[in-house]
Design a binder for this molecule. Structure first.
Ligand SMILES: [Zn+2]
Length: 313
């Protein structure tokens, strides 16, 4: 069996896989589905999984692609002629793209028994683009299936929503995210840590991984803390091994010292922030609850550092 890359992130989401299996084995495939879930959910992976089952010559009864037929092989290399993927161009999906969909949807399937149109982030369609798409959604050729993904269904016109069957996609669990990251070549131990720290959020995890080396890692951590909810972040960091907690505070400390030495000159908020980190270290060494120590630190830090951001503007 081939390693089907679009399965990553769905591990542990048995209910979703079962639902896909039920739909496909019922043989009653609708013309449009909306994969709806929070930003941290594997919506695209779920929709691609569904597409792979719809296009596979011999899917299993529980809704898995066979992994060996010509369709499956074409999907893995991203070359399936009956899968048409639509992504934002810049900030939105434009009317020009809807017109291309209308043209493409008239073409008969080439390799499989149907043609699948995958529209990513459908909430970002312009009004003109969704009106144009509506024309084909109202009367699609029988062989066409539309798969839309969204994290914000309220931004999609009702006229489109009412034509879609909704498939809810839950956020990834940290272990599922770890598997995704390992699949992308991240060292398993680092993947596990980043998956926990990001709370299963792929985008956050990628931000944390983007940087290498201690100092820049500290910068990413700092940004991550200031941009997330302090309490939520504290819950995540409190789950780290005790030695990891100290490593993390060390990284933050290095970053703050670096900021204080920067050519822009020392800044009072960074100095305060550094004191807060040292205070948190001391609290942790006295066996204060890790959650409390982190919650206080993150609340204070985001206050202090958001002030830096304001002073700059
Ligand atoms: Zn197959």
């Amino acid at each position: 069996m081939l390693d089907v890359p679009f399965d990553h992130g769905l591990a542990g989401n048995e209910a979703l896989l079962k639902l896909i299996g039920r739909i496909v084995s019922s043989g009653r495939i609708s013309n449009a589905y909306l994969f709806k879930g929070p930003k941290s959910s594997p919506r695209e992976a779920a929709a691609r999984r569904f597409a792979s089952v719809l296009l596979c010559d011999d899917p299993s009864r529980d809704g898995a692609p066979c992994g060996t037929c010509k369709s499956c092989r074409l999907l893995v290399t991203g070359n399936h002629p009956d899968l048409y993927v639509v992504e934002k161009e810049g900030a939105s999906i434009r009317i020009k793209q809807s017109h291309e969909i209308l043209r493409e949807a008239l073409l008969k399937p080439y390799q499989s028994s149907r043609r699948v149109f995958l529209i990513l982030d459908a909430e970002d369609m312009t009004i003109e683009a969704s009106n144009a798409l509506l024309k084909i959604l109202e009367e699609p050729p029988a062989y066409v299936t539309f798969l839309l993904t969204t994290s914000n269904p309220r931004a999609i016109p009702d006229t489109i929503l009412s034509r879609c069957q909704v498939i809810p996609v839950k956020a990834m669990s940290p272990p599922a995210l770890r598997q995704v990251l390992v699949g992308r070549g991240v060292d398993p131990e680092e993947a596990g840590e980043v998956a926990e720290l990001s709370g299963g959020n792929l985008e956050r995890a990628m931000r944390l991984l983007e940087v290498e080396g201690k100092a820049s890692r500290g910068a990413a951590l700092l940004e991550e803390i200031v941009s997330s909810s302090p309490v939520e972040a504290a819950q995540r960091y409190a789950r780290l091994e005790p030695s990891r907690r100290v490593d993390f505070l060390d990284d933050l400390e290095i970053e703050l010292v670096k900021k204080l030495r920067s050519p822009e000159g020392p800044s009072e908020p960074y100095f305060q922030a550094l004191k807060m980190v040292l205070k948190a270290k001391e609290r942790l060494s006295r066996n204060v609850s890790a959650f409390l120590a982190f919650a206080v630190l993150f609340l204070d830090l985001s206050r202090a550092l958001n002030r830096v951001a304001k002073d700059r503007t």
